[in-house]
Write a protein that binds this ligand. Structure first.
Ligand SMILES: [Zn+2]
Ligand SMILES: [Zn+2]
Length: 337
């Protein structure tokens, strides 16, 4: 391991000194900055954040720029939703069009946000959180750097005090991801690594990451942070966009996957919710977070697979924001439509 690592470092240093572009997939922006990916020798130095390589090995962090993409989609607006029930676990699968955003209020009153949809969904998520009376977030989770998950998180960070931010140790070269990293930095926070085995410090519930189990190179969906949340005898599994490889690895690693409610992976794409995962989770309910899209999400195969397994399925495109309320024994659902 050590030898391989040293070789890799030497190789990366060589590449850095000869050709920065070679060592850094993705474009360097006009200011000479970029976001390092996992194969960058500098990754880990500043936890993968956006920075410059200015040729002599030192790094600087620029000030955040105005997000050019947050002008907003006129059609996208927040549904009217009900505030959380006191002393219960309330899970809101927020309707943010195509993308994912889930807000959780624990029975002890802690606030968790998993993803915030696309850039233009940022204001919508802020609106939802205000409707729900949220004043701060104990935990923010960025499942993976794709724009339909990480897009709105920078806007949320500028509107709410956030105590801890968790994300898997993978990076991306997009402006959207850079905006998120800069917003985290501006709040004086350091990203905590989301990976299998990491437990969230929350009272009254058991919340642990069960994925990612491994590193998945450039396969961003497979890197998704997967959270298992248990309250009493009820449990939820939030999968981000985790696909078959990650699903198989979590099963092989004997992670606790069983749950009453499954947030279906990757917007109901055929790439996720393998028969093996469905068997391991054996949910009573599934929620698909999806909007207008050209990818064919959700796939008929997955809808049929859930139906054959007697899983009651809700969809944010058809039902609007879907709310699940657990008293620790039973789960009830509210939907907008
Ligand atoms: Zn996605
Ligand atoms: Zn994705």
């Amino acid at each position: 391991m050590r030898t391989a690592r040293t070789t890799l470092l030497l190789l990366s240093t060589f590449l850095l000194s000869t050709n920065i572009a070679m060592a850094h997939p993705g474009a360097t922006d006009a200011k000479g900055g970029h976001t390092c990916r996992t194969n960058c020798a500098k990754w880990g130095l500043e936890d993968g954040e956006y920075h410059y390589h200015n040729g002599n090995g030192s790094t600087q962090t620029p000030t955040p720029t105005e997000s050019p993409n947050s002008s907003g989609d006129a059609k996208l607006k927040a549904d009217k939703i009900k505030p959380p029930a006191k002393g219960k676990l309330s899970v809101y699968f927020l309707n943010v069009g195509q993308g994912d955003a889930t807000y959780i209020k624990t029975p002890a009153g802690d606030d968790i946000l998993i993803d915030a949809g696309k850039n233009e969904a940022g204001d919508v998520v802020v609106d939802y959180l205000k409707q729900l009376g949220v004043d701060d977030l104990e935990i923010m989770i960025s499942t993976h750097p794709d724009a339909d998950h990480v897009g709105g998180l920078d806007t949320v960070l500028t509107h709410f005090k956030v105590e801890s931010v968790y994300a898997p140790k993978v990076s991306h070269t997009t402006d959207t991801f850079k905006d998120f990293l800069l917003a985290v930095k501006k709040e004086g926070l350091t990203i905590k690594e989301a990976k299998a085995g990491v437990t969230l410090p929350l009272k009254g519930v058991k919340a642990s990451f069960v994925g990612p189990v491994k590193a998945y190179g450039d396969d961003l969906n497979e890197w998704s942070a997967v959270l298992h949340l248990a309250y009493g005898t009820n449990a939820f599994l939030f999968t981000g966009d985790a696909e078959k490889k990650s699903e198989a690895d979590m099963i092989a690693a004997k992670k606790t996957l069983k749950a009453d409610v499954l947030k279906t992976g990757h917007h109901g794409s055929v790439s996720s919710t393998s028969p093996a995962l469905l068997k391991a989770v054996s949910p009573k309910y599934a929620v698909i977070s999806v909007g207008d899209n050209s990818y064919g999400h959700p796939a008929a195969t997955i809808l049929n697979r859930l139906k054959s397994a007697n899983v009651t399925t809700y969809r944010t495109d058809l039902n609007g924001t879907v709310t699940a309320i657990s008293d620790g024994k039973k789960i009830s659902f509210l939907k907008v439509k």
